[in-house]
Structure formats: structure tokens, C-alpha cells
Write a protein that binds this ligand. Sequence first.
Ligand code: CUA
Length: 171
Amino acid sequence: MEIHRYEKLWFGAALVLIVGFIATVVYGAAGVGISMVDDDGGTIDPNNVTDHPKFEQTGLHEAEGDDADYEASVIARRFIFQGADPLEVPENSVITFYITSPDVVHGFKIVDTNANTMVIPGQVTEMTVEFDEPGEYGILCSEFCGAGHENMAGQLTVVPEEEWGGLGGDS
Ligand code: CUA
């Protein structure tokens, strides 16, 4: 069968595009550290979130394992971040966040970092972040959650090591 030269050319160009599109999708899914909220944090009864040991008290706690220096428990609800308004952590610390929602899906994005996760009712989101740079970081809700979504904000302060007074800012 005779295939016209231009037809071969277009066929080749279309193939390059398809491979290129698949490559960008694969890179976006696997190459930049983006993943779905997984089972690591476990499940939770969304109607009784404060019955869960991680959420009896929100805010910063001593870490239970060796993977992080501290743990931070945050309840994202319409339209506040309970436990992260503000949350103070020391410079050069590794924090494991436990975040859940008693109402609808929210987002938890720490501005100027690559930390951004979904918060799903019934699920505990576990996310570990290292903070090297002292400063004020805004926390935003990155999933549309209703009429107050755009006002849903928290605050994270990374305190310089020499000014860190230890735990005590729990709320
Ligand atoms: Cu919470 Cu948008």
C-alpha cells in the first residue's frame, strides 16, 4: 500500500504529540511528588472528630515516632483551620500534620511552600513538612467548600531557633 509522504509526516507528528502528552501526564502524576490522600492517616468518624486521639486537642504536640520533631493536629471546617490559627513551629523542624474535616472537602495549602493537600471528611490526612526558613506563612483552603471558602485561612509562623520557647501555643 502506498502511503503519501505528507500522510507519514502527519502520522509522525501526531505520534510525537501523543507521546508528549502522555509524558507530561506521567510527569505531573509521579515526577513532582504529587499524590492522592492515602490510607496512612487512617479513617475517622466525621461526626465525632474530637473522639479521635489525634484530634482531642488541636495544635502542636510532641511527635510520637522518630519521623518528625512535632505533630500538628488541625481540624479544617467551614470556614476555619482549628489548631492552625496561628500555629507556631521552630525553625529547622520536621512537622507531621494530621488534618481532618467534620463537614466537607477542604484544602490545606501552606503558601510559599510545596505543601498542599486535600482534607476529606472521614479520612485523616497525614503530611510531613520540613520548615527551614523562619517567617510567616499563610494557610489557605485550596478546595472550594462553600460561601466562606475565600475567607478560610490560617497562619503558620516558623520561629527562629533562638526565639523558640518550646511547646505551649496549643489552642
Ligand atoms: Cu475550606 Cu475552601
